[in-house]
Design a protein around this ligand. Structure first.
Ligand SMILES: NC(=O)c1ccc[n+]([C@@H]2O[C@H](COP(=O)([O-])OP(=O)(O)OC[C@H]3O[C@@H](n4cnc5c(N)ncnc54)[C@H](OP(=O)(O)O)[C@@H]3O)[C@@H](O)[C@H]2O)c1
Length: 330
């Protein structure tokens, strides 16, 4: 109840920001402490929260790499960014997050550019109402929101660790999750069911993929710590924003719910604020394995905090990726 009132009133938390803080405000305040020449990869930056995150980080001098499946849309975002920030450097490369082969191609192209990598924002996402499969024959929501990002992060991790060691600037990985992760019950989270569900339900699949995003953060944070790497990884809930991901759910009921709930919705800039805060704020320097909402550290579900569940998901994911890459017909 206290949390809901705090959200509605936009009362600031310990960070000094709250639900009504915008990405512009948060990044402006961090501006003086943001090192120059940072490079960030932001998935899903062709629309919604990702496009706003890219615009604001570019405005603060960060070189932006946009991996996109729709290169035309990415070019429009790049034009908009450069209209506002003419000196901004924006690089577009092709990716389909639901395909491991495509993620692999993107990583090779990016690594061939020999750029540093300071920030990786795993923001892209889908909320698919109907059961669809990726080219790797994995349920589409899980393939896009979780598996593609897991593989992307794994493939770029050495570059991030190397950049941090060479520059002395701590790398930051951010998984954009959702509060909806807490809807998943322990007995509803079974790896084989996630890959190939029997009774598909779009909301359940989306919630499971967002839970997987947090479990990924928990286990990766442990690995990074054990490796003594100067790279942190955290998860964020951006808030509820009427972006493409929600507009796909057309209909009287969805529209009515959004009309009634409009007081609870954030603007896109408010939705991008937590990502920008975790990406840039000096207060978050060294914080790893945590979950943020409204620009403050927050509580995720017990299941999302379960270390053994995180370890299990990690192991199963690595085995699956290995099988898909090296024995695609098995
Ligand atoms: N909006 C909310 O209320 C809300 C709440 C909680 C969490 N989130 C999370 O916030 C993140 C951003 O969502 P959004 O609300 O900004 O939605 P959005 O406007 O629909 O943006 C989704 C982005 O993901 C990209 N994408 C989807 N599938 C892809 C694929 N296979 N390969 C490459 N890119 C792909 C889309 O590219 P295209 O332009 O090609 O479609 C788009 O750029 C998501 O992770 C979402 O789960 C959103």
């Amino acid at each position: 109840m206290k949390e809901t009132l705090r959200y509605l009133a936009g009362i600031a938390g310990p960070s000094g920001y709250g639900s009504k803080s915008t990405a512009e405000q948060v990044s402006q305040d961090c501006c003086s402490s943001v090192p120059s020449h940072l490079t960030a990869i932001i998935t899903g930056a062709t629309s919604g929260i990702g496009a706003e995150t890219a615009r604001v980080l570019a405005k603060r001098g960060v070189r932006i790499v946009i991996p996109a499946r729709d290169l035309g849309k990415a070019a429009e975002v790049k034009d908009e960014i450069q209209r506002e920030s003419p000196k901004a450097e924006v690089i577009i490369l092709e990716i389909d997050l639901s395909s491991l082969a495509s993620v692999n191609r993107f990583c090779s192209e990016f690594l061939a550019l020999r750029l540093p990598l300071n920030i990786l924002i795993n923001n892209g996402g889908v909320f698919s109402q109907a059961l669809e499969y990726s080219e790797d024959k994995i349920e589409m929501t899980f393939a896009t929101n979780y598996l593609g990002h897991h593989f992307l992060t794994e493939t770029l991790l050495d570059k991030m660790v190397e950049t941090a060691a060479q520059t002395g600037i701590r790398g930051r990985i951010i998984n954009v999750s959702s509060v909806i992760h807490s809807w998943v019950k322990r007995d509803g989270f079974c790896f084989n069911q996630l890959l190939n569900p029997k009774n598909y339900n779009g909301t359940r699949a989306y919630a499971q993929s967002k839970l997987a995003n947090i479990l990924h953060v928990k286990e990766l944070a442990r690995h990074l710590k054990a490796r003594n790497a100067r790279v942190s990884v955290n998860a964020v809930h951006p808030g509820i924003v009427k972006t493409g991901i929600i507009r796909a759910h057309k209909g009287f009921i969805t529209d009515s719910v959004f009309f009634i709930a409009s007081k609870l919705l954030k603007s896109t800039s408010q939705g991008a604020s937590t990502t920008c805060y975790v990406a840039l704020s000096p207060e978050v320097e060294g914080v790893s394995g945590k979950y943020f909402a409204d620009c403050n550290e927050s509580d995720c579900s017990n299941l999302a905090n379960d270390e053994s569940e995180a370890r299990k998901l990690w192991k199963q994911t690595r085995l699956l990726i290995h099988r898909l890459l090296y024995q695609p017909t098995a």
